[in-house]
Design a protein around this ligand. Structure first.
Ligand code: ADP
Ligand code: MG
Ligand code: MG
Length: 252
């Protein structure tokens, strides 16, 4: 498995500091949850790891197995084994889900070593069955007109087929009904092995009823202010975030 190491990361958007020194280490085989109130920088962290140009890293480092991620282009980050399921997946008109998946897989492989078409279709069919995805989604344009639940299942389909070293799932649970939530959790749990590390960003504890994280981190005002085991998520569900603010003397 790979190790993603984030050290004292500071990130600005349009000159405003959003992340104010994030430290986090995720190793293959582990699932970590990042929780926190809205607007505290969870999505900023995910975007900064993947190299979104809007997010300026002003100091700190991100490494993957010791390699400097910040020096990599976005496509190099994917090739190195990083995967992001975005909070709001983009619609790509004119590119079918199937073509998108296949070219994503091939862009991680060497030239001349493209995935066999039959093998690809078989894997896609199996994964779609596993995620209760309607087969016609393969030929629809990526995310175009997809329901919220279809978009999120599609992100997990990509995760299952791309088999990254590190998955970062940004609010993969938002807007899902309970059945879709269970399916999404089932897909994530299927990925569990010693090679795969996952950062599960979520506002609510609900998803963690179906996925047991090894560690839970609480993010507030651009920093990880508390870490613990699954019991921390339970307490947040029961008591909200105010007790942490009080404990740390954080003002709203
Ligand atoms: P979270 O995911 O925890 O809800 P975000 O990372 O989305 O938080 O946002 C953190 C802060 O950064 C918020 O104050 C938000 O308004 C601001 N922000 C996020 N994205 C942008 C953007 N693209 N442009 C300007 N401000 C942004
Ligand atoms: Mg948010
Ligand atoms: Mg967010």
């Amino acid at each position: 498995g790979s190790t993603l190491e984030i050290t004292d990361l500071h990130v600005e958007i349009e000159g405003k500091e959003i992340l104010k020194g994030v430290n986090l280490t995720l190793t293959g085989g582990e699932f970590h949850a990042v929780m926190g109130p809205n607007g505290t920088g969870k999505s900023t962290l995910a975007s900064a790891i993947m190299g979104h140009p809007k997010y300026e890293i002003t100091s700190g480092s991100i490494t993957l197995d010791g390699e400097d991620v910040l020096e990599m282009e976005v496509d190099e980050r994917a090739k190195a084994g990083l995967f992001l399921a975005m909070q709001y997946p983009s619609e790509i008109s004119g590119v079918t889900t199937s073509d998108f998946l296949r070219s994503s897989i091939n862009s991680k492989r060497e030239e001349g070593d493209e995935i066999n078409l039959m093998k690809f279709i078989k894997e896609m069919d199996e994964s779609m069955d596993y995620l209760d995805i309607d087969k016609n989604m393969a030929q629809r344009y990526l995310n175009e007109g997809f329901s919220g639940g279809e978009k999120k299942r599609n992100e997990i389909l990509q995760l299952m087929m791309l088999k990254p070293e590190i998955g970062i799932l940004d609010e993969i649970d938002s807007g899902l009904d309970i059945d879709a939530l269970k399916v999404v959790a089932k897909g994530i749990n299927k990925m569990r092995d010693e090679q795969f590390g996952c950062l599960i960003i979520t506002h609510y504890q609900r998803l963690l009823n179906y996925i047991t994280p090894d560690k839970v981190h609480v993010m507030m005002q651009g920093r990880i202010v508390k870490s613990g085991g699954p019991e921390l998520a339970q307490r947040l569900e029961a008591e909200g975030y105010d007790w942490i603010k009080q404990e740390l003397g954080i003002e709203d």
